[in-house]
Design a protein around this ligand. Structure first.
Ligand code: NAD
Length: 497
């Protein structure tokens, strides 16, 4: 594919096939295999990338182990490690245009989202965890046994960490994984998604330039069933941090159990309720409902895909939502006026279209969208789709579609709502729109979700914990909570009598 020469990222894309970063060196796959990554706006090949196989994962894990055992990173003075992380944050900010272009070309997202949201938050995540490096303190315990003891805790890095990430927010997911793991002194093998490997490879270049010692960060794009599976089963990996579907999260957990019981943290799927009470500021609630589901073409783990609207305002709210949907500008993400880009791949587009067919068969009322837009045949576009009068038992209300499809469901009162909203195997986020402060807190307490947004949606900052109840995951990323994921707590007890 011809990449416009005036794009800053053209230089990065010229050197192909892109290689694996293993032990500080850029390497081809051991068996020489490569795979193609595609621009979903056109269906054309964007780049060729070395495809990590089991042997490459073994090499990357060995390099990570060597660097960890030698202490080249974890034993650096904390302030030195903090400086390096801060520098990576600065470098992401300096190269934000390139990152944004890569995210858009590889994933399809609108360029303004990539530029104003993804790149800045990725940079902020590195800076936030730079601040923690010098604050990984332990505690002392007041022992009551006879005699005298000094009892204190240390937070030590877990060791070699395998990180497996999805394609929906490639750069952001890499930053959320790498920054806290590095802050805690671990060595890492990162496997980006086979759909969107490029921004992690650019980040790997910056990490090298920031002088992270060789072998501390290894980046090995490859396929899930081969590279991901080997990493999850590897006996010398101490921890796996996984973000992706609930289905694969279970496979990764089994792999840990079947190998060395490595620590596992999981950020999985969702089917999040976005709830509009009759007393809400309706204009804001409707725009929050739109943003909640259609941001990133609905390919968001926390997408507000179940829209609950109180009966009194149900028809009005839907009318307003449909007006916004009709005005949405769909097109290639690289065009700055685009509000909704393509889905990430043909497979994903077909999956979403399949769910739309299911919704129609199940008898939900199709109010908008329902197919591909005209004139954009080369890419993997799906129109923003609204189903009304959805029953909570329908598959479109229960299964994660991971696309621009919202199921609107009316509710009577608070009690009815809470039961309906919690009737799901997931528990990642929920949104509540109301002017009644007491109700907002009551409902926030009653909902089983890792994050509850009140009169807002998709507000994410490195300081706010991120993770899910129920089958949406194990553990919390971001904030100080991620430090628990990437450290082992050691207790030292000294007899000082
Ligand atoms: P996926 O589960 O198919 O793949 C995720 C990653 O796992 C990819 O890197 C893939 O190569 C790898 N993988 C696939 N099979 C594997 C196996 N057998 N062993 C080891 N690794 C394997 O998910 P996806 O389609 O890339 O992403 C979409 C999913 O991710 C959605 O379910 C979404 O909700 C979830 N997600 C969750 C969060 C969160 O923070 N909770 C964030 C983003 C995405």
């Amino acid at each position: 594919m011809a990449i416009a020469e005036d794009l800053e990222v053209a230089a990065f894309l010229k050197g192909q096939p892109k290689k694996l970063l293993i032990g500080g060196r850029w390497a081809d796959a051991a068996d020489g295999k490569t795979f193609e990554t595609v621009d979903p706006a056109t269906g054309e090949v964007l780049a060729r990338v070395a495809e990590a196989g089991a042997e490459d994962i073994d090499r990357a894990v060995a390099a990570a182990r060597k660097s960890f055992d030698r202490g080249t990173w974890r034993d650096l003075p904390p302030a030195e490690r903090a400086k390096v992380l801060w520098k990576i944050g600065d470098m992401i900010e300096d190269r934000a245009n390139e990152f944004a272009q890569l995210e858009t070309l590889d994933n399809g997202m609108p360029i303004n989202d990539a530029l104003l949201f993804h790149a800045p938050i990725a940079a902020a995540t590195f800076r936030y965890y730079a601040g923690w490096v010098t604050k990984l303190d332990g505690a002392t315990q007041q022992v009551s046994l006879p005699g005298r003891y000094l009892s204190y805790t240390l937070r030590e890095p877990v060791g070699v960490v395998g990180q497996i990430i999805p394609w929906n927010f490639p750069l952001l997911m890499a930053a959320w994984k790498l920054a806290p793991a590095l802050a805690c002194g671990n060595s890492v093998v990162l496997k980006p998604s086979e759909e969107t490997p490029l921004s992690a490879l650019l980040l790997a270049e910056l990490i090298q330039q920031a002088e992270v010692p060789d072998g501390v960060v290894n980046v090995v794009p490859g396929f899930g069933e081969v590279a991901g599976s080997r990493l999850a089963h590897h006996p010398d990996v101490d921890k796996i941090a996984f973000t992706g579907s609930t289905e694969v999260g279970k496979i990764v957990t089994r792999a840990s159990a079947d190998s060395n019981l490595k620590r596992v943290s999981l950020e999985l799927g969702g089917k999040s309720p976005n709830i509009v009470f009759a007393d809400a500021d309706l204009a804001r609630a409707v725009s929050g409902a739109f943003f909640g589901i259609f941001f990133n073409q609905g390919q968001v783990c926390s997408a507000g895909s179940r829209l609950y609207v109180q009966k009194k305002v149900y028809d009005h709210a839907l009318d307003e939502l449909l007006k916004t949907v009709e005005e949405t500008r769909i097109g290639p993400g690289i065009d700055p006026v685009t509000q909704m880009g393509p889905l990430v791949s043909k497979t994903q587009m077909e999956r979403v279209l399949g769910y739309i067919a299911v919704g129609n068969q199940e008898g939900a009322r199709l109010m908008a969208g329902g197919g591909r837009p005209e004139g954009l045949d080369g890419g993997y576009f799906v129109k923003p789709t609204v189903f009304a009068d959805v029953d909570g038992k329908m598959r479109i209300a229960r299964e994660e579609i991971f696309g621009p499809v919202v199921s609107a469901i009316p509710f009577q009162d608070e009690e009815d709502l809470v039961a309906k909203a919690n009737d799901t195997m997931y528990g990642l986020v929920a949104g509540v729109w109301t002017k009644d402060v007491a109700r907002a807190h009551r409902v926030a307490h009653a909902l089983k979700a890792g994050t509850v947004y009140v009169n807002c949606y998709h507000v994410v900052d490195p300081v706010t914990p991120w993770g899910g109840f129920k089958q949406s995951g194990w553990g919390r990323e971001l904030g100080p909570y991620a430090l628990d994921l990437y450290t082992e707590l050691k207790n030292v007890i000294v007899d000082i009598a």
